[in-house]
Design a protein around this ligand. Structure first.
Ligand SMILES: Nc1ncnc2c1ncn2[C@@H]1O[C@H](COP(=O)(O)OP(=O)(O)OP(=O)(O)O)[C@@H](O)[C@H]1O
Length: 264
């Protein structure tokens, strides 16, 4: 079946379609300068990029949180979008279940909220106050709050950035499991190359205001000791300028690389 770098089959409608997105801020030059990106339904895309390359700016535009983009050819996102941030943003004056179901107008909201809390391992904590939760538990609750809305698109901006290494690993397992069950399209902004490789179907690297690198993750195992993991990490670190540049033509063994998200 024909595929293009956006990960779509030739006939499939994308969950996210961005064309020629521009965003600048007063003092800086253009942050996003003609960015193109497709995300297929159910596809998990990680967004990497050096600090200030516009990752959060892109997510905010897709979340509808930025009304001042300079222009775009197209921005298509599904109706049901959930956003997860680095901090859980739970309302301190509401108990956990009420936080998870906040704004959810459905007759079975409570039941759905309980189910979502159980899915993230917080069954029995429905009446807890946010201040009673650890950082990891708060992020689990934040995931439950997102999933209870059954999003077709989950936008996550460094959701595990403030967690310790062990909790992060547990959260990776949880997020992967939740995504396998619920199958939202996911756009995850992260600074952590290993996190991107462990979680994503596809990784894009932003630079110069657009998608500079677009690589599909085709590992048999999602573990840092899996064959091919190290090569992909080196390749991505090279693209991020963290290691010595490995060369524009370097393709880690066993995977194909596209240099643009523009459909071919
Ligand atoms: N509201 C704003 N006003 C002015 N400049 C902004 C605003 N938001 C973002 N910027 C600038 O736009 C650039 C991109 O910011 P953005 O937060 O999208 O980068 P990022 O890639 O997410 O960075 P980081 O990895 O450090 O979080 C930065 O130079 C930032 O200073």
């Amino acid at each position: 079946m024909a595929t293009h770098p956006g990960g779509l089959t030739s006939t499939e409608a994308p969950a996210v379609r961005v064309r020629d997105l521009h965003r600048s801020f007063n003092r800086s030059g253009g942050v996003l300068e003609g960015l193109d990106l497709d995300v297929a339904p159910g596809e998990f895309v990680a967004v990497l990029g050096r600090s200030g390359t516009g990752k959060s700016t892109l997510l905010r535009a897709l979340a509808g949180l930025d009304r001042d983009v300079d222009g775009y050819g197209e921005i298509e996102v599904p109706v049901a979008v959930s956003v997860v941030f680095q901090d859980s943003r739970l309302l301190p004056w509401k108990r956990l279940l009420d936080n998870v179901t906040f704004g959810l107008r459905a007759p079975d909201a409570d039941e759905r909220g309980r189910r979502a809390l159980a899915e993230v391992g917080l069954a029995g904590r429905e009446r807890a106050w946010p201040y009673e939760l650890s950082g990891g538990e708060a992020q689990r609750a934040s995931l439950a709050r997102s999933l209870v809305r059954e999003p077709q698109l989950l936008l996550a901006d460094e959701p595990f950035g403030a967690l310790d290494a062990l909790t992060r690993i547990k959260m990776h397992e949880l997020l992967r499991r939740l995504c396998e069950v619920h199958r939202p399209a996911v756009l995850l902004v992260t600074h952590d190359v290993d996190e991107a490789i462990v979680l994503a179907d596809r990784i894009v690297v932003l630079d110069g205001g657009t998608v500079q690198t677009d690589v599909r993750v085709e590992l048999t195992q999602r573990s840092p000791v899996a064959p091919g993991f190290g090569e992909l990490r080196d390749f991505l670190l090279g693209r991020l300028g963290v290691q010595e540049h490995l060369g524009a033509d370097f393709i880690a063994p066993g995977r194909r690389r596209a240099t643009s998200a523009t459909p071919s």
